[in-house]
Design a protein around this ligand. Structure first.
Ligand code: NAI
Length: 387
């Protein structure tokens, strides 16, 4: 794997900028607030569901044994929520992209004691990063913790769309058997052109995993180009214009972070440039794709299918059009709740990574450079837009 880490001069970053020290001495106690999803009975039965309110990322006894206060809740919306109530004096906020505590500029203004936001997972767009830069609040994530989990999900989603899997399974459940009804819209992935918007850790791993399928060509769109050797390894060709990329692809997969430059990137105008009947997979962030434009493209046949696990507000409202949209043949929908990056394997990694970030913070040790999205007063990552 040619990791982006190997291609960036991270070691040359000034160390001082990556260090935040606790307001208080570590042994005098601070308030840590975690906004996690409620796991219910499943979390009580399965302790490896670490990212839940019930299992608290495995942090409670460790934090409390050091005299810290640890508030864990799933309540995050509105002025009476635990997020709004406890943000006023929390020093550290932990949340996951699966049930994100949205740290808007307004909320950051109220967070007078806040020094560190930790994303237990990957993707920190739920924090107003520009406000964090201005307030000198660090934003850290457990980089790499679930990138393989997501890449596997992307490959699965591409296959289930191209092969028309969901309607075929639904037919069997209904007790029907009409092969032609599903075979009429089923294809092989072999020989198809696949393009990724974003060729970082996940995008690159998707291309790696597609190699045995004998796809025709791999294209990528990213302002950070891959090293030539890495391109060669996955037969990837960089296309500098996004419209030119999508117009050549049978399958497009979205693997870039959500930021000002990617919000609504896949909109009605861009969808017109897709090959008619292309398949689109988005496990990056819901707001990168225009909800209604995607539904309309599926209905009109401009897209044959759309799959992914990310929604522009989470939890997605019951009437969100992506829950039920279909193509003209009654298929083409591979949507699931946001879980591709929260397999039990991934949860073990991001829980351990969260603890390691907290340990570094409490001891005043430098954080892993790759985990720093926003350092003290500046972006440290090159993945959230060209700045
Ligand atoms: P990464 O930082 O390794 O790679 C992101 C790549 O996107 C970088 O190469 C960057 O240059 C590129 N990029 C940024 N803006 C772009 C633009 N406007 N056009 C094209 N490329 C652009 O990040 P990684 O680990 O690959 O994760 C990517 C995203 O996937 C995360 O930010 C997160 O939103 C999402 N994700 C989703 C998960 C899930 O459970 N569904 C879990 C983990 C991540």
């Amino acid at each position: 794997m040619f990791s982006r880490l190997a291609t960036r001069p991270l070691a040359t970053r000034p160390l001082a900028r990556t260090l935040a020290t606790p307001t208080k001495q570590w042994d005098r106690g601070m308030k840590v607030l975690a906004i996690l999803y409620r796991g219910g009975e499943a979390a009580r039965q399965e302790p490896r569901l670490l990212g839940t309110v019930e299992n608290e990322l495995g942090l409670r006894s460790w934090l409390e044994s050091q005299g810290h206060e640890f508030i864990v809740s799933d309540s995050k919306e509105g002025p009476n929520s635990d997020l709004h109530k406890h943000i006023t004096d929390a020093e550290v906020v932990i949340t996951t992209p699966f049930h994100p505590g949205y740290l808007t500029r307004d909320l950051i203004d109220k967070a007078k004691n806040l020094k560190v936001c930790v994303t237990a997972g990957v993707g920190s767009d739920h924090v107003d990063l520009n406000a964090a830069v201005e307030r000198k609040i660090q934003v850290l994530e457990v980089t790499g913790s679930n990138v393989t989990s997501v890449a596997e999900h992307v490959v699965m989603s591409i296959l289930l769309l191209v092969r028309n899997f969901v309607p075929a399974h639904e037919m069997i459940e209904r007790g029907d058997w009409q092969v032609s009804d599903v075979a009429r819209n089923a294809f092989d992935l072999e020989g198809k052109v696949v393009g990724t918007i974003g060729a970082g850790r996940i995008g690159y791993r998707v291309l790696e995993r597609l190699m045995p399928f004998d796809t025709k060509e791999h294209l990528y769109y990213d302002y950070n180009s891959l090293p030539a050797e890495a391109e060669k390894k996955v037969r990837a060709r960089r296309v500098e214009d996004l419209k030119a990329l999508v117009s050549q692809c049978d399958v497009v997969t979205v693997n870039c972070p959500l930021h000002e430059g990617t919000r609504n990137l896949v909109n009605a105008d861009l969808l017109k440039h897709f090959k008619k009947g292309a398949w689109l997979v988005n496990t990056a962030r819901g707001a990168i794709c225009d909800k209604d434009a995607v539904a309309a493209a599926l209905k009109s046949g401009q897209l044959s299918g759309y799959a992914g696990d990310v929604w522009n507000v989470q939890p997605a409202p019951k009437d969100h059009v992506w829950r039920t949209m279909k193509n003209a043949l009654g298929g083409g929908n591979g949507m699931v709740p946001h879980y591709s990056g929260t397999t039990l394997d991934a949860q073990a990694r991001y829980a351990a990574g969260t603890r390691s970030i907290l340990e570094n913070y409490l001891k005043g040790k430098p954080q892993e450079p790759a985990n720093i999205i926003v350092g003290i007063g500046k972006y440290e990552t090159k993945a959230y837009g060209q700045r």
